[in-house]
Ligand binder design. Structure first.
Ligand SMILES: Nc1ncnc2c1ncn2[C@@H]1O[C@H](COP(=O)(O)OP(=O)(O)OP(=O)(O)O)[C@@H](O)[C@H]1O
Ligand SMILES: [Mg+2]
Length: 400
């Protein structure tokens, strides 16, 4: 009896120690801080060795990203928003709160955030192999990703996007899907990063008009030219990423063929000639699965159709990716900034919401479409020179 009491006391001792008043309050504070996912600025200063340049992982349109290590050993990536960035406190809080709710294996995990005076920081899980662009477009990364890895990346990003569009608490449009916003974990599984541009998509709206914010080379024409935003803008960007993964070429700096001005145009011309596999990255030669690659090229072209209604939604994309070739719809010429928009006369069989209220309201180029006057005047060329990161202009947010 005594023996079992001793054992019980030993087992209970850690809890009994914590029940002391001071300790208990401290624990409660810790739990509350974790719940709110708020980090002390000092914690991030010491985790990143005072944002030492040697810990810098990269720099995007909104600031720099630093690698860090918390006291408990967890590795983190801290995004320190630049003070000159147009991103204001409001948008920062939106992103932080939104991301805190998002949980999916193909979406990067936001551990927390910190607002310290004028400093705004986001704390993410550190994703081991960093971003896809570094492996795809830099000579040092060549040969790392074989076809199976690239196919897994396509599938993973599709599932992550499907989750954001349909399965998360509210429909989240990412707005900035691109190779540098796809991070790869230690097993090269993709995680979609950066929801700074995302907005909650109200249930009763099918699309929103807003100022365009995104990156050149990935933006759907209706979004770039008219600011018309729907989940189909993400589908378009995803289609560009598919074709980049297959060709190893960056759409925005494409110079693969003298007679084609973009990767999409080149892929489509070869597709029409029955030679779509010619766009394949030569480093895939030994690992390629030609049937699977052909299907993916066709899906990439379907995702980048100029009429958003002709693009599949992400649910359909996931189904198509799981299918064998020969059963897919025929893509017509893809849309890209500067290309002429032609509304398809065909029924929009690609969209699983077709015929529902979802798309019947979507007339992106109609003169009756209400657009923000600031958006209709934007064009690809006017902003590129003033914007070295290739970002589209965003709405000015003022701190409040
Ligand atoms: N969670 C993370 N884990 C590991 N590396 C990361 C993480 N987040 C970002 N990085 C690295 O930091 C780099 C910079 O990221 P950042 O998002 O600031 O720039 P970007 O994606 O090029 O541009 P944008 O501002 O348009 O998103 C990325 O390219 C990536 O390599
Ligand atoms: Mg990014």
């Amino acid at each position: 009896m005594n023996k079992s009491k001793d054992v019980l006391q030993i087992l209970m001792s850690p809890f009994m120690l914590k029940s002391k008043k001071g300790q208990k309050e401290e624990d409660l504070e810790k739990i509350a801080a974790q719940e709110q996912k708020q980090f002390q600025f000092q914690t991030l200063v010491s985790a990143t060795k005072n944002f030492d340049p040697s810990n810098k992982l990269g720099e995007g349109g909104f600031g720099s990203v630093y690698k860090g290590r918390l006291d408990d050993g967890r590795e983190i990536a801290v995004k320190k928003l630049s003070r000159s960035s147009r991103q204001g406190k409001k948008e920062f809080m939106t992103e932080a709160k939104l991301l805190a709710k998002v949980q999916h294996r193909n979406v990067v995990n936001l551990l927390g955030y910190c607002a310290h005076g004028p400093e705004k920081l986001l704390v993410y899980e550190f994703v081991a192999h960093q971003s896809l662009d570094k492996l795809l477009f830099k000579s040092s990364g060549q040969g790392v990703l074989d076809w199976n890895s690239r196919h897994d990346i396509i599938m993973g990003v599709a599932k992550g996007l499907l989750y954001l569009h349909e399965d998360s608490n509210s429909c989240i449009i990412h707005r900035d899907i691109k190779a540098s916003n796809i991070l790869l974990d230690d097993k090269y599984m993709p995680k979609i990063a950066d929801f700074g541009l995302a907005r909650l998509f109200m249930e009763d709206e099918t699309h929103v008009n807003t100022r365009a914010a995104g990156t050149n080379g990935y933006m759907a024409p209706e979004y770039l030219m008219h600011g018309n935003l729907s989940t189909k803008a993400d589908v378009y960007s995803f289609g560009v990423v598919i074709l980049e993964l297959i060709s190893g070429q960056k759409n925005s700096t494409f110079n693969g063929h003298p007679e084609s001005t973009s990767l999409l145009e080149w892929a489509y011309k070869l597709y029409k000639k029955g030679r779509s596999l010619d766009i394949m990255d030569p480093s895939l030669a030994s690992s390629a699965n030609p049937d699977q690659i052909s299907v993916c090229i066709q899906i990439g072209l379907l995702c980048t159709q100029s009429d958003p209604r002709s693009r599949p939604d992400m649910q359909r994309v996931v189904v198509m990716l799981s299918k064998k070739s020969g059963t897919l719809e025929e893509p017509s010429r893809p849309g890209y900034p500067g290309s002429r928009y032609r509304r398809s006369q065909k029924p929009h069989a690609l969209d699983s919401t077709s015929g529902t209220s979802g798309d019947s309201n979507f007339y992106p180029f109609s003169s009756t479409t209400k657009t923000d006057s600031a958006t209709t005047s934007t064009s690809a060329s006017t902003n590129r020179s003033s914007d070295p990161k290739g970002k589209r202009p965003m709405q000015e947010y003022t701190d409040s």
